[in-house]
Design a protein around this ligand. Structure first.
Ligand SMILES: Cc1cc2nc3c(=O)[nH]c(=O)nc-3n(C[C@H](O)[C@H](O)[C@H](O)COP(=O)(O)O)c2cc1C
Length: 170
């Protein structure tokens, strides 16, 4: 296959794959680095490189799951709280091999939408690199990320746009 055919196949094959379908096989550091490196190659106006990614694995990921569950609990009224949703938040984070927080940094040098667009292109690069390596991933954008405090420091000029869940599929 030539380059155009390979690219077409990867773009066509890319899908959002959810944590329930991830296996327990660990993703190698080499492939994880490759996924993150691909993100940094995204186009960005005035070279602001507006993406800020934090990698959660192991213990940090377990803490993130607990914090997300606790935020869900404290932001829902008793009538709206769903035990299933609460458990699902923990299940998804724990089932993923790696969770990457997706944060945009607004530099003030270009319109905010351009920074969000650049971050989105970076996430697409990660999606495509995952596909090429037979790794599952999906972008999750729950509103409750706005309340993260312990696991993630978000500056005044930044906004968390959600998480990229990543896991092996074998
Ligand atoms: C900015 C953005 C936010 C998303 N947020 C969520 C989400 O919160 N929950 C979810 O299930 N999927 C989310 N998705 C994934 C989409 O639902 C998914 O891309 C769509 O179902 C199409 O499937 P595909 O990626 O396999 O083509 C998001 C995708 C994008 C681009």
């Amino acid at each position: 296959m030539n380059k155009a055919e390979v690219l077409k196949e990867i773009i066509e094959q890319r899908r959002s794959i959810f944590p329930k379908d991830y296996s327990d096989t660990e993703i190698s550091q080499e492939i994880l680095d490759e996924i993150l490196h691909s993100a940094t190659l995204a186009p960005n106006h005035k070279r602001t490189k507006p993406w800020r990614f934090t990698i959660f694995r192991g213990e940090e990921k377990a803490k993130l799951a607990l914090e997300m569950q606790s935020i869900y609990k404290s932001t829902q009224s008793e009538t709206l709280f769903l035990e299933k949703k609460y458990n699902d938040i923990g299940f998804k984070i724990n089932k993923a091999d790696t969770v990457v927080s997706i944060v945009v940094n607004f530099s003030g040098m270009v319109p905010e939408w351009e920074e969000i667009a650049a971050v989105s292109m970076a996430v697409q690069n990660m999606y495509l690199t995952c596909t090429a390596n037979n790794i599952g991933c999906y972008w999750s954008s729950p509103k409750i990320v706005d309340h993260l405090k312990e696991s993630l420091t978000i500056e005044e000029n930044q906004k968390c746009l959600g998480f990229l869940y990543v896991g092996n599929m074998d």
